[in-house]
Design a protein around this ligand. Structure first.
Ligand SMILES: Cc1ncc(COP(=O)(O)O)c(C=O)c1O
Length: 501
């Protein structure tokens, strides 16, 4: 249980009292999940104070920006999350494909700081994490650990990032600036798909009682923040873009899976709008499609395992996307030649093309998977596919250079741009696409057994309980329970009074 983050009652009152005293001293007020779902519920006094807070600092009030509704300058709150709707000139399909932008989140410019908060806050308010004594360990392929380190800084505790050594240079540059000690960045062997090595490292760290592992792959806080906050945010986007269009239909929600946290938004969108849930993965590492393995460069996703918090039986489709396409598209969208090509030859709107810089590698994977979905199901103008841009291209400048050298002889010219468009956009087909039958779903579900029961010690009963939808729907009760504990925590710390609440 403790490992899965499912507690709803105080576990250790002494730890809790010490934590409250510490956060009182540091002036840290904790937002509720409800406030992060709908930031209009954040008290006006806090919102006013936030206007003077730099979104890129470890300021405690930045916790109140850990939501989808930040404005593009990341200082204000918008009525609707910022999003990019891709035109037909880019997608080649009539269906409307829209990405909510994760790069407006504070401190790390990616929505994974929401997952980090979702995993941490239940531990904090139930007295299972003592920031004065414990180190918070954040196993990740790059963005979650940055979110965890940022929040650890706010709590004035040691935050340890565990990530594969081959992740992009930009992630390590960021971490070097934010960790309190260089030894708090632990590089595990391999790249994107080497999550087993991360688990092994965490198992060793877990033997030290001062280390608390916040394992996003099995903490239900990650599932719940996305189901509640990301789900509601994407629903707002859908409602906004289809105002006055009664025929519009939320046909699908697409998300590449790393921890599968983001996918949880699909459970909300399916319940509310009947959207199909499409999980994307790299064809170079086809774990869900073929029980396969391999290396790929869609940083943040696809890790040769089925995360414990993936609600597989509610997932409808698996879409494979090649990292050759995402690598080349990040070049097309982020070089002057590529952008000129899109404007001059394909007739795309220059303002829209400028916004494509908000799409990092996994966002491009989501985009390609959405195009495949539109083509496979013959979706039309009334159909909307929603997805997310977890981070922007600023995390991948070094990757753009690498791909231009590797794939284009160090020269990305108009011909190369045309080839990229033809191959990686116009040429997208419906290959590596599985509209899952019940048996397919069971096959993927059962694959998780080997990681979770055999390797990680979850009981068979706990594991199989996740087959039924009542298990997942029942988790929703944790949200008001945690919010009540957060409210009590804040009342005892009294930090709100100092902020004029
Ligand atoms: C860039 C990027 N994209 C996608 C994901 C996958 O999101 P999730 O872990 O919610 O499945 C991650 C996760 O770390 C990520 O960093």
């Amino acid at each position: 249980m403790a490992r899965l983050g499912l507690e709803r009652n105080v576990i250790d009152k002494d730890v809790l009292d010490r934590t409250i005293a510490r956060l009182r001293q540091d002036g840290v007020l904790l937002p509720t999940l409800r406030q992060l779902e709908d930031p209009t519920t954040i008290p006006a006094a806090i919102r006013a104070k936030l206007a003077d807070v730099d979104p890129d600092t470890a300021h405690p009030l930045n916790l109140f920006r850990v939501h989808w509704f930040n404005t593009a300058d990341r200082r204000g709150v918008a009525d609707v999350p910022d999003y990019v709707e891709l035109p037909r000139e880019i997608t080649g399909v009539d269906a409307r494909i829209v990405l909510a932008l994760g790069n407006h989140f504070p401190m790390i410019r990616a929505h994974k700081v929401l997952a980090a908060y979702g995993c941490l806050v239940p531990r904090l308010v139930t007295g299972q994490f003592d920031p004065g004594r414990h180190k918070a360990v954040w196993p990740s392929t790059g963005n979650y650990c940055r979110g965890g380190v940022a929040i650890s800084r706010i709590l004035d505790c040691r935050g340890v990032a565990v990530l594969p050594e081959n992740m992009s240079r930009e992630r390590f540059d960021w971490l070097d600036k934010w960790v309190s000690d260089p030894s708090d960045v632990i590089r595990t062997p391999g790249s994107e798909s080497n999550v087993k090595e991360i688990y092994d490292c965490c198992a060793a760290l877990d033997r030290v009682p001062e280390n608390i592992i916040f394992n996003q792959f099995c903490e239900f806080g990650n599932y719940l923040v996305h189901r509640v906050c990301t789900g509601a945010a994407l629903e707002k986007v859908f409602e906004h873009m289809t105002r006055g269009e009664p025929g519009a239909r939320l046909a699908a929600f697409v998300s590449a899976s790393g921890s599968s946290g983001t996918l949880a938004a699909g459970d909300h969108l399916k319940a509310r709008h009947g959207a199909k849930i499409v999980v994307a993965e790299a064809t170079e590492c086809p774990t869900l499609l073929e029980n396969g393995f391999g290396e790929h460069n869609i940083q943040g996703i696809g890790d040769k395992h089925v995360p414990y918090i993936h609600n597989v039986m509610n997932t409808d489709v698996v879409a494979g996307v090649s990292d050759t396409d995402t690598d080349r598209l990040v070049v097309l969208f982020n070089t002057e030649t590529g952008r000129n090509y899109l404007v001059e030859r394909r007739g795309a709107d220059p303002a829209l093309v400028a916004r494509l810089a908000s799409l990092g590698l996994s966002s491009l994977c989501n985009m390609v998977a959405a195009i495949k979905t539109a083509k496979y199901f013959d979706l039309g103008r009334d159909d909307v596919i929603v997805t997310v841009a977890t981070d922007g291209a600023d995390m991948y400048g070094s990757e753009v250079d690498k791909v231009v050298r590797r794939d284009f002889g160090n020269r990305f010219d108009m011909v190369a741009a045309g080839e990229t468009w033809g191959r990686s956009l116009a040429g997208i087909g419906t290959d590596h696409f599985l509209d899952m039958t019940y048996v397919d779903k069971k096959r993927v579900f059962n694959l998780g057994y080997f990681t979770w029961v055999e390797q990680q010690g979850v009981s068979v009963e706990e594991f199989t309980a996740r087959r039924t939808q009542s298990f997942w729907d029942g988790l929703a009760d944790l949200v008001p329970a945690w919010d009540a504990l957060i409210g009590e925590f804040n009342a005892k710390s009294g930090v709100g009074r100092g902020l004029g609440l």
